[in-house]
Write a protein that binds this ligand. Structure first.
Ligand SMILES: Cc1cc2nc3c(=O)[nH]c(=O)nc-3n(C[C@H](O)[C@H](O)[C@H](O)COP(=O)(O)OP(=O)(O)OC[C@H]3O[C@@H](n4cnc5c(N)ncnc54)[C@H](O)[C@@H]3O)c2cc1C
Length: 300
């Protein structure tokens, strides 16, 4: 398809396979850009925030990559899968609850109907909501390039705000996957955002917990953003949890450990540092409680 009106790209491709997508990117030798739902990229291109591209390569309609599948021990999400598909999927609601919750707060229905989880991760913003949800689940991503495909832990793809180690002019994030929560496991997400004005998150957090029969936490993951240049895995706070009995006191201590490992900045567009800290103190224990309840089989 040729774009003559806006003239911000000349050609728009809808490849029917990953090989065709990668070949097209190769042919343009860095002058083409991958696009998913376009809810970030097209807005940015129209606002002049990108150097002009010769071509857009739309990977949201590749057959087979527009679905959610179970493959061995993983739930696998194709790069064409939208946030709306994720929040309607019974397997993700049950076994990847924090991902479902995090995709559910993205934009409004129109944005969720076209925006993809792959685009959220590839955009590499420090607080992409789906990104924060998948990071807590221990998500991995598959990248296809001219020399083959590789799976990597998703946190290895983040370089700086909006900058990914995925070369979005030559490589395609084809699939995302995580191990579903099993018996004794639960997860939860919460985002605090200004109700009006600029849609910027004040803090977005997700957790995954595994509890033994006596309530000892045997595994924990906590993701947070924006608390630095890239989506953050709060390892010091995770260490506070593991080996200890789940309790409100422990969850409060975990929030303090999380705060001690980041520097929250005041921002006139988000909130003061003090307010953001208070939101961590309030909502990190709250989602740890929810995840623990879910791990115990309590419906929340
Ligand atoms: C009104 C509005 C509200 C929004 N609200 C939220 C919100 O609450 N929370 C939130 O997190 N986001 C929000 N967003 C941002 C956006 O909708 C999401 O980040 C969305 O998930 C982006 O996905 P996409 O498929 O549209 O990505 P695109 O815009 O198509 O692409 C985004 C970036 O990723 C690259 N890319 C896309 N797919 C791939 C791929 N498969 N392989 C390699 N690179 C790829 C593109 O080159 C580009 O750099 C909002 C956007 C709008 C317009």
């Amino acid at each position: 398809m040729t774009n003559t009106s806006a003239n911000r790209w000349h050609n728009y491709y809808t490849p029917k396979s990953v090989a065709e997508a990668v070949d097209t990117l190769q042919r343009y030798d860095g002058q083409a850009r991958v696009v998913g739902g376009g809810t970030d990229l097209l807005v940015e291109i129209r606002r002049g925030l990108h150097r002009p591209v010769e071509a857009l390569v739309d990977v949201s309609r590749i057959p087979g990559l527009d679905a959610i599948d179970v493959d061995g021990e993983h739930i696998v999400i194709g790069c064409g899968v939208t946030h709306s598909q994720i929040i309607r999927d019974a397997r993700i609601i049950e076994y990847g609850t924090c991902l479902s919750e995090s995709c559910g707060v993205i934009g409004g229905p129109q944005v969720r109907n076209v925006g993809t989880l792959a685009g959220n991760v590839a955009h590499a913003l420090p607080a992409g909501d789906g990104t924060i949800g998948l990071l807590a689940l221990g998500g991995e991503i598959e990248i296809a390039a001219a020399d083959g495909t590789r799976w990597i832990p998703m946190q290895e793809s983040f370089r700086a705000p909006g900058k990914s180690f995925i070369d979005r002019h030559r490589e395609v994030l084809t699939r995302l996957r995580f191990k579903p929560t099993g018996p004794g496991e639960g997860s939860a997400h919460h985002r605090v955002m200004r109700p009006q004005g600029l849609c910027l998150p004040i803090i977005s957090m997700a957790v995954r917990l595994r509890l033994e029969d006596d309530d000892t936490i045997s595994n924990a993951r906590i993701s947070m953003g924006p608390v630095g240049p890239v989506p953050f895995l709060a390892e010091a706070a995770m260490e506070v949890l593991v080996g200890n009995i789940a309790s409100s006191e422990l969850f409060d201590k975990t929030a303090e450990a999380a705060l001690a490992s980041v520097t929250l900045r005041s921002s006139k567009y988000r909130a003061s540092r003090e307010y953001r800290e208070q939101m961590v103190r309030t909502f990190l224990p709250a989602i740890l409680n929810s995840a623990a309840d879910r791990a115990r089989g309590v419906r929340t």
